[in-house]
Design a binder for this molecule. Structure first.
Ligand SMILES: *[C@@H]1O[C@H](CO)[C@@H](O)[C@H](O)[C@H]1NC(C)=O
Ligand SMILES: *[C@@H]1O[C@H](CO)[C@@H](O)[C@H](O)[C@H]1NC(C)=O
Ligand SMILES: *[C@@H]1O[C@H](CO)[C@@H](O)[C@H](O)[C@H]1NC(C)=O
Ligand SMILES: *[C@@H]1O[C@H](CO)[C@@H](O)[C@H](O)[C@H]1NC(C)=O
Length: 253
């Protein structure tokens, strides 16, 4: 399986530790690292954070998630079932803030964080240019595309990291992000296929929707990888700008 994703940077601070050096904003809930109920605290914190995630958190370089707008990126897959390349721009996805956190787990010993989340329908609209095929459906064109991922969408996210010291201060450095997604179904409307040929466009849209479950399974690895790269950017921005013990203070301080 070959998946290639080129993602534009959507956070202010991407790769360097200590790039802004802020504290968590006051309205963020604090969870003490030695709290025996750390996971309950985190679960509550994630739900409290929802309205702020929606609007974005400028202090730590996180752009608004509702809607989430990405200027441009490209995805390609090259295997027997999915062989295409697609460039997307003016990409807008709605409803990401509408999450339910089902489970959350942070182990301060291993520094591994994992969560299970559920999302409702996620509509996205974008300009696209693509060529290739998905299943046996040829795809060729340029124009406007509307896709709705039908929920519930289940996602698990697992983050691994290490503590690194910069100028005597410890930061969490994310080293790996693994995402799995289970999407119930998808509805697609693609305009501008085959140079705007109406008949071919109609047939292709019908086929894509008829084989939507197979299509979504085929492209899920690419979507997972895309989410991993976005989440990695998000983590780097958040934990690269705030010292570890400000995110997770010790209760005796
Ligand atoms: C994908 O398509 C390209 C161009 O049409 C072709 O050269 C390549 O062999 C295809 N790959 C697979 C795995 O079918
Ligand atoms: C895409 O976004 C750019 C910059 O925001 C804007 O100037 C342009 O009109 C948009 N194009 C379309 C087709 O929406
Ligand atoms: C953070 O981890 C990445 C990937 O493992 C590594 O390349 C980078 O050097 C680390 N940063 C620091 C400040 O140690
Ligand atoms: C998501 O998980 C719930 C249980 O939490 C399950 O009922 C549902 O079928 C799952 N949906 C998908 C698309 O996997």
């Amino acid at each position: 399986m070959n998946i290639l994703i080129t993602l534009a940077i959507f956070v202010v601070c991407i790769s360097t530790i200590k790039c802004i050096s802020h504290d968590l904003p006051d309205y963020f809930p604090r969870c003490f690292i030695d709290d025996p109920n750390l996971n309950d605290c985190l679960l509550k914190a994630f739900n409290t954070m929802r309205p702020y995630v929606k609007k974005g958190v400028e202090a730590v370089g996180i752009l608004p998630f509702e809607p989430l707008i990405l200027p441009a990126f490209a995805i390609s897959q090259d295997n027997a079932a999915a062989n295409y390349s697609i460039t997307l721009w003016n990409f807008t996805i709605r409803g990401i803030d509408n999450y339910k956190v089902k489970e959350i787990n942070y182990n301060p010993e291993t520094l591994i964080f994992s969560t299970k989340m559920e999302f409702d329908d996620l509509p996205l609209y974008t300009m696209y240019e693509m060529s290739g095929r998905l299943l046996h459906i040829p795809l060729e064109g340029k124009g406007f595309q509307l896709v709705t991922f039908l929920g519930p969408i289940n996602a698990t996210i697992r983050v691994e990291g290490e503590l690194v010291e910069v100028d005597g201060v410890e930061y969490y450095n994310t080293t790996n992000v693994k995402v799995t997604e289970s999407i119930k179904d998808v509805e697609v409307t693609v305009q501008g296929l085959f140079g705007g040929d109406e008949e071919l466009g109609r047939i292709t849209n019908n086929l894509l929707n008829q084989f939507s479950i197979e299509s979504i399974q085929t492209i899920t690895p690419a979507l997972e990888q895309f989410t991993e790269e976005m989440f990695m950017g998000f983590m780097k921005s958040l934990t690269g700008s705030i010292p570890y013990y400000r995110i997770f203070p010790k209760s005796d301080n």
